[in-house]
Every structure is written in structure tokens, then in C-alpha cells.
Design a protein around this ligand. Structure first.
Ligand code: ADP
Ligand code: ADP
Ligand code: MG
Length: 457
């Protein structure tokens, strides 16, 4: 059954992205929104809109009952969950199907298997994918944990099985720290994710974060090559690229084959991402998790492959088979994405909500700005601070970095502070230009206060 109408159960730039893809396919769009988002660009662009609750996400974008009721009221065929919020919530996927609608994503069973980070490690191992050394299953108590950390050695990571968005992760350098942090991590995870389950992984030092985009239709799975997401702050991605630089064809083939094998082992349907840590010195890679949804950084893959990943998701959800074969997927050039947040990088990333006064967006060949902004828009303080993503493509990496500098230089977002100065500094950083970085690089560099306004004042 093809999708004729779609409820977007998300907000911000991804809601806008989904509306545009759906409208291009002739799908009627209905934007579900909180009271704080009544004036959002997504509400303006969608064919119709429906209020789902007050500003706090728990009472709107995370309220399964309110979203299902809104979808029924508007009589839509399908619901797209975007990323974050309910995108990896198996209960939500079940509720959508029980209400007689299509969930744009994998079936609830696949979310249960892969969205739980502990269960996903088992699936990966069974599919022959190398995982980070660590616990098998959840770690029940401190005794079990003690035996395990003695075996794998410090430093170790204590991770929440239900964690995400860079949260729910702690590092212990030695046993004293571990004993203290383990119970704290359990109660924090219970409070933040409603699930206190923990597991343990060895820390892979100086690793890069490389991930593979996959698409499945239930019968077949293909990959759309990889992204490099090593420039992070607080374990959240800041700057992303496609392809990853300096990968040997052998490593690239192994990474992509493992991702496809993993997705095939569960009959995966929809778009998904298999995340790895990569040790450039030994060329070893380790599975860390799978995200069973569209990802923030999906545009860099679209820019180098020409594939519209959101359109593919909608077609697959509507019952179609993949429109592309593996041999049709080619990477051309190099793409970079910068996440532009309403935060002041000169003041330790202090949130900067407020009214936009003056917006000027660069245009041109190989430049794309995915955003929720319009001139006069008021950025609300209730949600994630992502305003948009500047994406460029160049003939090669050096060309892409140059184009990014130009695009960011031409971008004007008046009225609030944004992370544009951070990205301009990253683009001019010799280590970044040389590709000499890993997941801890950016934080180490920022600790030297390269962006501070007051340092020498
Ligand atoms: P992706 O894996 O798609 O690149 P991230 O890992 O940055 O995206 O974030 C995953 C999800 O977690 C996103 O949907 C994002 O909205 C959400 N998220 C990101 N940062 C935060 C945060 N500080 N607090 C809560 N959720 C967050
Ligand atoms: P999330 O669900 O929050 O996205 P991930 O497991 O994907 O969590 O890890 C997020 C980031 O944390 C990784 O990109 C990496 O920078 C760091 N990280 C996670 N696991 C490890 C590990 N075992 N060793 C070193 N760094 C890690
Ligand atoms: Mg992750």
C-alpha cells in the first residue's frame, strides 16, 4: 500500500526535511506539534497541522497516546518519527501498527533487537561483526562487573543499555572509580531512560567514529558507504563527512559487508546506521551500536551518492522494494556537514534561544542548508539546540573544506549566538585539514580555549 498521507511526529529541521521529501512524492503531510512550535517552519510548510500538547516533550513529542489520537483525527496512512524522541521506541512502533497505520521505520521486533544496545551487541556477534571487548549481556551487579573489568583491563566504559544522544556513558580509569560510578550510572540510567540496565566496554583509545548507512526492504539490504563522525563534543557529533578519509579498500569493504550482514540477519526494513569505532593504527574496527532510524548526518551520504534517503524510507514503508541495487551506489566527491546550534561557543556553549533577526543563507552548486529557521522565528528554549545543518560537497576533501569556509562565511543568522564560529575555526585547524583527529580530539583542542573572547581581554 503506497502512503497517501503522513503525520510527522517530530520537529525542527528534520520535520522540514521529511515534509519536503513527502510532498515531492505527492504525499499529503500533517505536522504534529507542541504549543511551543505552532509558528514553526514545519507547521507553515505542511499541508495540515495538529496540536499534540504543551511545550515539554514528555507531554507532546514523547506522548504516544496524544500522537496516535492526532494521527487518527487527521486520518493519515503513516507516521514518520524522525530522529530522537520516539524514533527508536518499539512500543510506539507497535502502537502505530495497532492503530492501523504504517510506522516509517523497521518493525518493532527489529527495534527491540537493535535499539537496545546490549541486545544489538549479541546480534552483531552472531552475524560475525567484531564488537568492542566487554560484557555479554547486561551486567547484573558489582561482583559480576569486578570479574569482567579485571579480565578486559582499564580504562572501561560503563554504558546504559537504553542510552543515546551521547548520554548514559561513564569512563572509569581504575577500580576505585568503577565501584563508585557503577551504582550511580544505574540510578541515572533509570531516571533518564526508564531502564537502569548497564553494560561494560573497553575504552578504545584514539579511535575514529565511522558508520555505515544501510537501506533494507525486508528481502534485500544494500549499503550507501560510510560517514566519518569523529569530531565530537560530549560524545555528540559536531562535524561529519562522507566518505571517511584514508580508508583502505579492504577496510571499507569489511565495514560495509559487516553492516549489511548485520542488517540482513534481522531482515531489516528501512534506513539504518551501523556505528563503529576504528583504530587507524591497527586498522581494526569494532561495532558500537545500530541506529534504527534516519540520522542527523544523513545528508552527507545523500550529497556524495545522489540517493534521497528519506524518499527511500517512505517508499519502503509503503511496501515497495529498494529502487536501487548495490552496484548502482557510487560515491562522487566529498561532503561535509556542520551542525549549527543555538549555543555560544565562546561561553562554553551556553544555550542561546531567542528571536532571529536577519537570515541570509548561501546558495549555489554543492551547497545545502537543512534548517528550521526563517527570519523573525523565535527559537524556543525547550528542545535540542540544533538550528540547521550546513552541508557542502566538493570534488575532494580539501575542496569541500574550502567550500564550507565560504558557505559559513556567507551564512548570517542574526539575533542569537550560534556555533558558526566554532565551525569556521575547525575548518581552519591544520590537524582537521590533515585528517589527524579522533573522537577525543575536539574536546582536547577546545580545552585550550581557542574560541574564548575574554581570555586575553
Ligand atoms: P545521530 O546519531 O543521528 O547523529 P546524535 O547521536 O547526535 O544523532 O543524537 C541522537 C539523537 O539524540 C538525536 O535524535 C538528537 O535529537 C538526540 N540528542 C542529541 N543531543 C541530545 C541531548 N543533548 N540531549 C538529548 N537528546 C539529544
Ligand atoms: P550513543 O548511543 O550515545 O550514540 P555510542 O555507543 O554510539 O552512544 O557512543 C557515542 C560515542 O562515545 C562514540 O562515537 C565514541 O566517541 C564514544 N565511545 C563509545 N564507546 C566507546 C568505547 N568503547 N571506546 C571509546 N569511545 C567510545
Ligand atoms: Mg551512537
Amino acid at each position: 500500500m503506497a502512503i497517501g498521507s503522513l503525520l510527522i511526529a517530530n520537529r525542527g529541521e528534520i520535520a522540514v526535511r521529511i515534509i519536503r521529501a513527502a510532498q515531492a512524492l505527492g504525499i499529503r503531510t500533517v505536522q504534529a506539534h507542541s504549543a511551543a512550535d505552532a509558528d514553526s517552519l514545519a507547521v507553515k510548510l505542511a499541508d495540515d497541522a495538529v496540536l499534540i500538547g504543551p511545550p515539554p516533550a514528555a507531554k507532546s513529542y514523547l506522548d504516544i497516546g496524544a500522537i496516535i489520537a492526532a494521527a487518527k483525527e487527521k486520518d493519515v496512512d503513516a507516521i514518520h518519527p524522525g530522529y530522537g524522541f520516539l524514533a527508536e521506541n518499539a512500543e510506539f512502533a507497535d502502537a502505530v501498527v495497532e492503530a492501523g497505520m504504517i510506522f516509517v521505520g523497521p518493525d518493532a521486533e527489529a527495534i527491540r533487537l537493535l535499539g537496545d544496545k546490549v541486545a544489538a551487541r549479541d546480534v552483531a556477534r552472531q552475524a560475525g561483526v567484531p564488537t568492542v571487548p566487554g560484557s555479554h549481556g547486561r551486567v547484573a551487579d558489582l561482583d559480576e562487573a569486578r570479574a569482567l573489568v579485571e579480565e578486559i583491563g582499564f580504562p572501561v566504559m560503563i554504558k546504559a543499555a537504553a542510552g543515546g544522544g551521547g548520554r548514559g556513558i561513564r569512563i572509569a580509569e581504575d577500580f576505585a572509580a568503577f565501584e563508585k560510578q557503577f551504582p550511580q550510572a544505574a540510578s541515572e540510567a533509570r531516571a533518564a531512560f526508564g531502564d537502569g540496565g548497564l553494560y561494560i566496554e573497553k575504552v578504545i583509545e584514539n579511535a575514529r567514529h565511522i558508520e555505515v548507512q544501510i537501506l533494507g526492504d525486508g528481502d534485500n539490504v544494500i549499503h550507501c558507504y560510510e560517514r566519518e563522525c569523529s569530531l565530537q563534543r560530549r560524545r555528540q557529533k559536531v562535524w561529519e563527512e562522507a566518505p571517511a578519509f584514508g580508508l583502505s579498500p579492504t577496510v571499507r569493504a569489511a565495514l560495509t559487508e559487516c553492516a549489511v550482514a548485520l542488517a540482513k540477519s534481522v531482515g531489516y526494513r528501512g534506513a539504518g546506521t551501523v556505528e563503529y569505532l576504528y583504530d587507524a593504527d591497527t586498522q581494526a574496527f569494532y561495532f558500537i551500536e545500530m541506529n534504527t532510524r534516519i540520522q542527523v548526518e544523513h545528508p552527507v551520504t545523500e550529497m556524495v551518492t545522489g540517493i534521497d534517503l528519506v524518499a527511500e524510507m517512505l517508499r519502503i514503508a509503503g511496501g515497495e522494494k529498494l529502487s536501487i541495487a548495490q552496484d548502482d551506489v557510487h560515491v562522487e566527491g566529498h561532503a561535509i556537514e556542520c551542525r549549527i546550534n543555538a549555543e555560544d561557543p565562546a561561553q562554553n556553549f551556553l544555550p542561546s534561544p531567542g528571536q532571529i533577526s536577519g537570515l541570509s543563507v548561501p546558495e549555489g552548486e554543492g551547497v545545502r542548508f537543512d534548517t528550521m529557521l526563517y527570519d523573525g522565528y523565535f527559537v524556543p528554549p525547550f528542545y535540542d539546540s540544533l538550528l540547521g545543518k550546513m552541508i557542502v560537497r566538493g570534488v575532494d576533501r580539501a575542496d569541500a573544506i574550502r567550500r564550507m569556509e565560504q558557505a559559513l562565511g556567507a551564512l548570517v543568522i542574526g539575533g542569537i549566538k550560534t556555533t558558526v564560529p566554532l565551525h569556521l575555526a575547525i575548518a581552519a585547524n591544520p590537524d582537521v585539514i590533515a585528517g589527524a583527529f579522533h573522537t577525543k580530539y575536539l574536546e582536547g583542542w577546545l580545552a585550550g580555549a581557542p574560541l574564548s573572547e575574554t581570555e586575553n581581554a
